[in-house]
Design a protein around this ligand. Structure first.
Ligand code: G3I
Length: 374
């Protein structure tokens, strides 16, 4: 048993009421003065249709991200046809609750319709035409929420696992400078918004090196990048606290803000050997990959609590440099991890269970917060 697990079990045994008092404390209050704490929301939560989860979000979080409603295919499904109906509701929810509102995401290889990259004959568009489409999209979307969306994931997942640039349609058609162009267009549309590069598995050295080099080059060219989003799609063992520490420190040294933008911890057996969050990956279902369809055994529940305590311990060492920690979802019920990379599994990656009740991991995160002086 790791030392944090030991300390947690002793504390819970000695102070059975500590859960009740921890319940008074919320995530956002526990980490006030250290970093913002947030969650990615779905329409049922920000429209209030799911009253229980909407209330939970208001109580626990001071920053929100849109899980899907600001992606290109949702806001701009056809040429010249923008649909902001869901995105407007998302932003209103954030404003009404005085939250730091994130926009996700402007330039990505996934969830972007094929027409974006094609001319009317289905052939690849020219560099200039694609740059014009990118500029139009960014100026319309960022411009609409100018002064209301506070930070944007401008470019999402542009790197391969070995740290080289991914050969996405953006890069194929425009060239490597598509990244810098996206940041410049976003800055043009809202000069006050924070602008981020966002990716997963940057805790792994090769990919991290590639991202560090990318950010360094952008800064050297005067590109308006303010921060790096470390997505944080983790499992029970990877990454280590040392990898997290090194990653936060190395980006911090470049002078950019660091944020954890999509945190969750997969408790199920790994379906692939690689540490990835690549959305196109699909693995066939197999009962062996879904061992807890009727509930998480207590021992695993405790392990998850320890894992979360360790993660927040590692982030809290960097209060101020880490400016935000956002979970990718609110409760286990709607997590994307139930359907990726294997469809129809029962996963338990977040702090609130399927009934929106706090799990032991919630109390562990509250307990890991830096103690405030009275
Ligand atoms: O909107 C359709 C709906 O009309 C249809 O009935 C339903 C049937 O499956 O699908 C709906 O679309 C799904 C969409 O989520 C909204 O629920 C897509 O199939 C599904 O692929 C999509 O998955 C999202 C995925 O990104 C791809 O966009 C996940 O919810 C979302 O959590 C995930 O988030 C990404 C981040 O944006 C970037 N980093 C990795 C992260 C996890 O993959």
């Amino acid at each position: 048993m790791r030392w944090t697990a030991l300390v947690l079990s002793v504390l819970i045994a000695l102070f059975p009421l500590s859960h009740a008092s921890a319940q008074q404390t919320t995530l956002k209050d526990a980490y006030q003065g250290c970093f913002l704490v947030g969650a990615a929301l779905n329409p049922a939560q920000f429209s209030g249709a799911d009253t229980q989860e909407a209330a939970l979000v208001k109580t626990q979080f001071n920053t929100i991200s849109p899980e899907n409603v600001l992606k290109w295919e949702v806001v701009h499904p056809r040429p010249g046809d923008y649909d902001f109906s869901l995105a407007d509701k998302y932003v209103e929810f954030g404003q009404q609750n005085h939250m730091f509102i994130i926009g996700h995401t402007l330039v990505w290889h996934a969830q972007t319709p094929k027409w974006v990259f094609e001319d009317k004959d289905g052939k690849p568009v020219s560099r200039d035409a694609l740059l014009e489409r990118m500029r139009d999209h960014i100026s319309k979307v960022v411009g609409r929420y100018k002064g209301r969306i506070n930070g944007w994931d401008v470019v999402n997942e542009a790197l391969n696992e070995d740290g080289t640039l991914r050969q996405s349609p953006w890069r194929k058609i425009i060239g490597d400078d598509y990244i810098e162009k996206a940041f410049r267009f976003a800055h043009e549309a809202d000069p006050a918004a924070q602008l981020y590069y966002n990716d997963y598995s940057l805790e792994n050295e090769a990919k991290r090196k590639g991202a560090l080099e990318l950010v360094k080059q952008l800064l050297a060219k005067g590109v308006p990048i303010t921060g790096v989003g470390l997505q944080g799609h983790f499992d029970m063992n990877w990454p280590s606290s040392e990898q997290i520490d090194a990653t936060v420190n190395e980006f911090g040294k470049l002078g950019v803000k660091v944020m954890i933008t999509e945190l969750d911890v997969d408790v199920l057996p790994a379906a692939t050997p690689s540490q990835t969050a690549e959305v196109s990956l699909h693995v066939a279902s197999d009962p062996k990959l879904n061992p807890y369809p009727n509930g998480l055994p207590e021992a695993v529940q405790k392990e998850l609590a320890t894992r979360y305590a360790d993660l927040f311990g590692a982030y809290a060492k960097h209060c101020g440099l880490v400016t935000r920690v956002t979970f990718w979802g609110v409760t286990d019920k709607n997590s994307w991890k139930n359907n990726w990379p294997v469809r129809g599994r029962t996963n338990y990656p977040l702090l609130f269970n399927r009934k929106a009740q706090p799990k032991p991991a919630f109390y562990a995160v509250i307990s890991a917060a830096p103690k405030k002086s009275p």
